[in-house]
Design a protein around this ligand. Structure first.
Ligand code: NAD
Length: 331
C-alpha cells in the first residue's frame, strides 16, 4: 500500500509518522492537490489531503486516471471535496469527523476573551512601556447572551464552556439537541431572533449550499450594535465584504476569524518574505477590533494525534475491505 500525503506541513509530520504503525509506504509532499499536481498521485493507491486541497470533480476525474482508489481527508470539514463525483467514480472518501472538538471550541472562546479583554492591544502597548489601561476596558461574560449557530460536536462544547461562564445561551440549528436544552438551558430560536438578541455570536455549522454567506448584510443589520462575531468554521459562511462594511461603520464591535473565504495558499504558509496581495485581508488586518488566526483552531497535540490515528484507521479499514464509519456519502 502506497500513500501520498498532499499539503504536508512541518507540524504534522511527527504525528503522521508515529501513527503509521502498520508500516505503509508513505510519501509526504508539500504541494497542495490541484489540477497541476494531480500527476504526483501516479502509482499511489491512496492519497491524503487537507482543507485547502482542491478535490473538485475535475481533479477527482484525474485522480481516477492516475489509479487512486481511496481518499483519506485529514480534516472534519470536506467542503473542498466533491463527494458526489468520488462516489460516482467509486473512490471512497473518509474524513476525521471528530478529533478534538474541544480544540476548536476552546479556540473560539479564546478569541472571545482575547477580543473582549483586548489582550493583543494590551500586550502591544506593554511592550512599548505603556502601562495605562484606558483603552483596555472589556465586559463581563457573566449574564451576557451568546448565540451559537450550529450545535454539533463543536458548538455543544462551546455551549458547555459558556454556560460555565454564566452566559445565557441561544442556539440556531436545523437539528436541535434536546440534551443541551436540559443541561445548559440552551434555547433554540430562529436565526433572526438569535441575531437580534445576542451580544456574542459564534459560528459552528459546516459550509454547504445552505450556509454559504449565511451571515450577510441582511442578518448583520439585525444584530445588536457592537456585536462580537466569531468564525472558526469556514470563511465563506460569512460575506467578508459585508463584515468589513459593518466593522467600518461601527455596527460590528469585534470580529474574530480563524478562517477566511480566500485563505487557500495564504493560511498555513509563511509569506513574511513575499507579502500577499489581498486587499480584503489587508483591510481586516488593519482593524484593532479584528483578531485573525490562520486556521489554527484545530492545532492541539491531542487533535493532531487523533487526526493522524484516524487517517491511518480509515486507510486500514479500506484496505481490509471493511468500510470505515467515516466514509462519506453524498446526500
Ligand atoms: P457537526 O457536523 O458535528 O455540527 C454541525 C452542526 O451544524 C450540526 O448540528 C448541524 O445540524 C448544523 N447545521 C448544518 N446546517 C445548518 C444550517 N443550515 N443552519 C443551522 N445549523 C446547521 O460539525 P462540527 O464537528 O461541530 O464542525 C463544524 C464545522 O467546524 C466543520 O464543518 C468545519 O467547517 C469547522 N471546523 C473548523 C476547524 C478549524 O480548525 N477552524 C476544525 C474543524 C472543523
Amino acid at each position: 500500500m502506497k500513500i501520498l500525503f498532499y499539503s504536508t506541513k512541518e507540524y504534522e509530520l511527527n504525528y503522521l509518522e508515529s501513527a503509521n504503525t502498520t508500516g505503509f509506504t508513505v510519501t509526504f509532499v508539500k504541494q497542495p492537490l490541484n489540477l497541476s499536481t494531480v500527476k504526483l498521485a501516479l502509482g499511489f493507491d491512496t492519497i491524503s489531503i487537507f482543507t485547502a486541497d482542491d478535490a473538485s470533480a475535475p481533479v477527482i476525474e484525474e485522480l481516477k486516471k492516475e489509479g487512486v482508489k481511496f481518499i483519506a481527508a485529514r480534516s472534519a470539514g470536506y467542503d473542498n471535496i466533491d463527494i458526489k463525483k468520488a462516489n460516482e467514480l467509486k473512490i471512497p472518501v473518509a474524513n476525521v469527523p471528530e478529533y478534538s472538538p474541544y480544540s476548536i471550541a476552546e479556540h473560539a472562546v479564546a478569541m472571545m476573551l482575547a477580543l473582549n479583554r483586548k489582550l493583543i492591544v494590551s500586550n502591544r502597548q506593554v511592550t512599548t512601556h505603556n502601562f495605562t489601561i484606558d483603552k483596555l476596558i472589556g465586559f463581563d461574560l457573566n449574564k451576557k447572551t451568546v448565540g451559537i449557530i450550529g450545535t454539533g460536536r463543536i458548538g455543544k462544547i462551546v455551549a458547555k464552556i459558556l454556560y460555565g461562564f454564566g452566559c445565557t445561551i441561544l442556539a440556531h440549528d436545523i437539528n436541535p439537541d434536546e440534551q443541551l436544552k436540559e443541561n445548559y438551558k440552551v434555547k433554540y430560536v430562529d436565526l433572526e431572533t438569535l441575531a437580534s438578541s445576542s451580544e456574542i455570536i459564534t459560528i459552528h455549522t459546516p459550509l454547504n449550499v445552505e450556509t454559504r454567506y449565511l451571515i450577510n448584510e441582511e442578518v448583520i443589520k439585525k444584530m445588536k450594535k457592537g456585536i462580537m462575531l466569531i468564525n472558526t468554521s469556514r470563511g465563506a459562511i460569512v460575506s467578508t465584504p459585508d463584515i468589513i462594511k459593518y466593522i467600518e461603520n461601527g455596527h460590528i464591535g469585534y470580529y474574530g476569524m480563524d478562517v477566511y473565504e480566500y485563505e487557500k495558499g495564504i493560511f498555513f504558509y509563511d509569506h513574511s518574505h513575499e507579502p500577499i496581495n489581498d486587499p480584503l485581508l489587508d483591510k481586516l488586518m488593519g482593524f484593532q477590533n479584528v483578531l485573525i488566526t490562520p486556521h489554527q483552531a484545530f492545532a492541539t497535540k491531542e487533535a493532531l494525534t487523533n487526526i493522524a490515528a484516524t487517517t491511518f484507521y480509515n486507510i486500514q479499514c479500506w484496505m481490509n475491505r471493511s468500510s470505515s464509519k467515516n466514509e462519506l456519502v453524498a446526500p
